[in-house]
Design a protein around this ligand. Structure first.
Ligand code: CLF
Ligand code: SF4
Length: 482
């Protein structure tokens, strides 16, 4: 895809007269010091939307819900819903047999050729359901060999299955590790079911911890890429997660994904019912920044469901319910898929060139950092109408670069074509720490309300980093002119 003509930055109002000082958004990012990747490693992750932030703008993943059982209890989980280690709480996926799952994958591989990864992440723990999980992988490896296989587990049974995982060519495994100190774990896990016996309290947590560490080391020895998910629970493990980050890095984890606890009484979880809160976006970012000097930090996780389909920021699962996909004929075609991927790679190169141009030629010391919100349908572009956005990506911008730092979910503003006041209030609250919102189009009314809240609406259709850097230059100029 060729990016549309440049220079389309169209401010719709003058920048807000909000005072900004260095690091006012609470950031002291150390990502620059994070280790860079060699070419071989880049090739392993460049089409995995979770392992590569860049890939998540272009490539999609899908999950198949084949694994219902679980062998531990997390205090943020209610078994009526999907595993909360990789999903938003309160979501129920349609359970499939391995054969149905393979059919679904082949259907979607034809309909969404940019889908490159198949993950099994629930609705329980995939390794508490080894037969169903591995049978599904076998069927897919056989029929769709270009699809990467991915697995997410609580780690309890991982050491038993690393050889099998390697044999099946599963190159990406996620372990959810919320603690490396069983005393902290006691507040998260009431029991663990291991080798036909239930262990309560610290006894069970110790087993879980030992098995997680053993599994992590075994993955390293087998040269399987490992991502660690950690759920940030304020007052329980938030201060402890920096230590978790160090321990997992020392044991060979490739990527750390610190996710916010999502907790509400209606989810019926222990934490939800006892009023345990989740972290604010600022608290989450601050912890991610703190840990990001140690290792690569994932900030683009969407806590997707066990039957998620599409780009990480979109949910197309309702297009492929069991009733619908069983009626569809698989049209998996390797050649077509490879052509689509080649086009995507070409487009990535073009976007990269624009991004490089947008970067400052020389490093500017101490330029203030600001946050901007972006409406995007993917492809690394500002290309979505304000009213259609269901989430905004958040970029941290200074004079040197624009860097993805997270996303904010919202109810989209245009419900049946009418903007709603309550929704706009919610949006303003969600992106209140941003100086601008970059959109392909926005109506007059929301634009004015945003302006009153100190958020400038910028209309553009271009590469995100370019629009953000152009806005930044103008913003700085306005600040200096005051
Ligand atoms: Fe799925 Fe997980 Fe594989 Fe990705 S999700 S099994 S690594 S293919 Fe990705 Fe979804 Fe976050 Fe998981 S955005 S919840 S990190
Ligand atoms: Fe729930 Fe997943 Fe924890 Fe099992 S591992 S209790 S399914 S969150």
């Amino acid at each position: 895809m060729t990016p549309p003509p440049t220079g389309l930055l169209t401010p719709t109002a003058t920048p807000a007269k909000t005072k900004t000082k260095s690091g006012s958004c609470g950031c002291s990012s150390k990502t620059d010091t994070a280790p860079s990747l060699d070419e071989k490693m880049k090739a392993r992750i460049e089409k995995h939307p979770c392992y590569s932030e860049e890939a998540h703008h272009h490539y999609a993943r899908m999950h198949v819900a084949v694994a219902p059982a679980c062998n531990i209890q997390c205090n943020y989980c209610n078994r009526k819903y999907d595993c909360a280690n990789e999903s938003r709480p309160g979501v129920v996926s349609e359970l499939l047999t391995p054969e149905e799952a393979a059919h679904k994958v082949l259907v979607i591989a034809g309909k969404i050729p940019q889908m490159t990864v198949l993950g099994i992440a629930g609705p329980g723990d995939p390794l508490a359901n080894p037969d169903k999980t591995f049978r599904t992988f076998e069927l897919i490896a056989d029929k769709a060999p270009d699809i990467k296989l991915c697995l997410s587990t609580n780690g309890l049974m991982l050491p038993d299955y690393v050889d099998r995982i390697k044999q099946l060519n599963v190159d990406h495994v996620t372990i959810t590790i919320n603690m490396v100190d069983p005393k902290v774990g006691e507040k998260i896990y009431p029991w663990v079911h291991y080798r036909r016996k239930r262990y309560r309290g610290i006894e069970g947590v110790k087993i879980l911890h030992e098995r997680q560490m053993e599994g992590l080391q075994a993955l390293r020895e087998a040269d399987i890429l490992c991502k660690v998910n950690s759920v940030m629970i304020p007052g329980v493990n938030d201060e402890h997660l920096a230590e978790v980050d160090e321990v997992i890095r020392a044991n060979g984890a490739f990527l750390h994904n610190i996710m916010p606890l999502i907790s509400a009484p209606e989810h019926g979880t222990h934490f939800g019912l006892t009023g345990q809160r989740g972290p604010t976006p600022k608290e989450l970012k601050s912890l991610q920044d703190k840990c990001s000097g140690n290792m690569k930090m994932m900030r683009h996780c969407r806590q997707c469901r066990a039957d998620a389909v599409g780009l990480l920021g979109e949910d197309r699962s309702q297009e492929f319910t069991k009733e619908k996909f069983m009626e569809m004929t698989p049209e998996y075609d390797l050649e077509t898929r490879q052509e689509v991927h080649a086009e995507i790679e070409k487009s990535k190169e073009e976007i990269k060139a624009v991004k490089e141009q947008a970067k400052a030629a020389k490093k500017v010391a101490d330029s203030p950092k600001i946050l901007v919100a972006v409406a995007t349908k993917g492809g690394g572009m500002v290309n979505q109408h304000f009213g259609h956005a269901k989430e905004f990506q958040v970029f941290e911008v200074d004079a040197n670069e624009a860097k993805f730092v997270g996303h904010r979910k919202i109810d989209h503003y245009c419900q049946s074509g009418y903007g709603e006041e309550a929704t706009l209030d919610h949006i303003i609250k969600a992106i209140g720490d941003c100086k601008a919102v970059l959109v392909s189009k926005i109506g007059h009314c929301p634009q004015e309300e945003l302006q009153k809240a100190g958020i400038q609406a910028v209309e553009a259709y271009d590469v995100i980093e370019k629009v953000a850097s152009e806005f930044y230059a103008q913003y700085l100029q306005n600040q200096q002119g005051e």
